[in-house]
Design a protein around this ligand. Structure first.
Ligand code: GLN
Length: 342
């Protein structure tokens, strides 16, 4: 007998398989349900973000078995911003190994804003790689023989996740660089505590570049599907992340991915995700699908209002929460002696 969780999963995959694609209908319903949601405010700390159309709204789902559905503005390019953070953390892990990275960056959620100027007082580490401090420390760990080589390696990594070449938007990059005083302050604080190498200026440049990469909701779904698929891009078959580190990324996304809404997200939606102030959210249903949403108006914590609503509805409808009552039971239970004596 399939348990509830399995039948939810089957329902999701069957919806994607059928020619009429009921999942597409579900996404369309969600899209029209929340299109009119007028809440939230488009990020305005740089003109390029302030100019975004508040009506833009795309939802895209890509499965580990290569099925793709997109509705709304899923092909509208926007800047990845903080959604880049888990992926760069993955690269730091590949370049240096888990122990070395954990000496420089914690994996502890904090209930503070993403740009808070705080380090762990005992270890001097940034709390986690999903806030700016930890993300800048992760960017610092991107290896390369010189600065252009580090940029090239970082872009190649995003290319593997997206399955296409990616580009930095120069105008966003220049604005991020010109206004990024707070990020500079954070970097200097970390340098003071020996948490950053002395290539601080290069690292900040690289960080501003990674935030300014243009992606779409569809790309985010492919990136999420790559993590759902154990690190291999299901559309290209190319490995984007060493299988060993997939769970590292998903864990920090699960606990710290949605800024200071992370705990509530883990409670209500219950799947690993990461958001960015460009309006993007990537969410991962391990073993099944990646979900990408895009809508620029943000709530007070910096998360896309429509994106949160759409993901929450999808998680409820299909029982996606990782701790959904029956979902976490069967793997260990099936290891007991089937005759019931132990
Ligand atoms: N470029 C932004 C910053 O570093 C990214 C922030 C975000 O998406 N939360 O402040």
């Amino acid at each position: 007998m399939p348990n509830d969780h399995d039948s939810h999963l089957d329902a999701l995959l069957t919806k994607m398989k059928s020619a009429a694609s009921p999942l597409r209908d579900t996404l369309r319903e969600l899209h029209s349900k929340y299109q009119s949601a007028g809440e939230g405010k488009v990020a305005d700390y740089i003109p390029e973000l302030a100019n975004a159309d508040p009506d833009w709204f795309g939802i895209s789902v890509v499965s580990v078995d290569r099925r793709k559905i997109k509705v709304g503005e899923s092909d509208q390019p926007f800047t990845i911003q903080s959604v880049s953070k888990p992926f760069v953390f993955g690269m730091a892990l590949e370049d240096h190994g888990r122990e070395e990275v954990l000496e420089k960056i914690g994996v502890q959620p904090i209930g503070e804003a993403f740009n808070s100027i705080t380090l762990d007082e005992t270890s001097n580490r940034p709390f986690n790689p999903m806030i700016n401090a930890g993300a800048i420390a992760a960017t610092d760990l991107i290896a390369g023989k010189d600065f252009p080589d580090r940029v090239r390696r970082m872009l190649a990594m995003f290319r593997r996740y997206c399955g296409r070449e990616v580009f930095v938007d120069n105008s966003v990059f220049s604005s991020e660089r010109a206004t990024g005083h707070r990020n500079r302050a954070i970097a200097h604080l970390m340098l003071n505590f020996g948490m950053l190498s002395d290539r601080l200026e290069d690292t900040l440049e690289l960080y501003f570049q990674q935030c300014s990469i243009m992606i779409t909701a569809k790309d985010l779904a492919v990136m999420g599907a790559t993590l759902a698929n154990g690190g291999v891009n299901p559309l290209t078959g190319e490995r984007a992340l060493d299988a060993e580190y997939v769970k590292d990324l998903l864990s920090v996304m699960q606990t710290c991915g949605m800024y200071d809404y992370a705990g509530e997200w883990a409670y209500r939606v219950g799947i690993p995700a990461k958001s960015g102030v460009g309006g993007g959210i990537v969410a991962v249903v391990p073993g099944q699908v990646g979900i990408g949403t895009f809508s620029p108006p943000l709530d007070m914590k910096g998360n896309s209002v429509r994106g949160i609503k759409a993901c929450q509805d999808l998680a409820e409808q299909f029982g996606l929460h990782v701790f959904n009552a029956d979902g976490c039971r069967d793997s260990l239970l099936s290891q007991f002696n089937p005759n019931g004596s132990n």
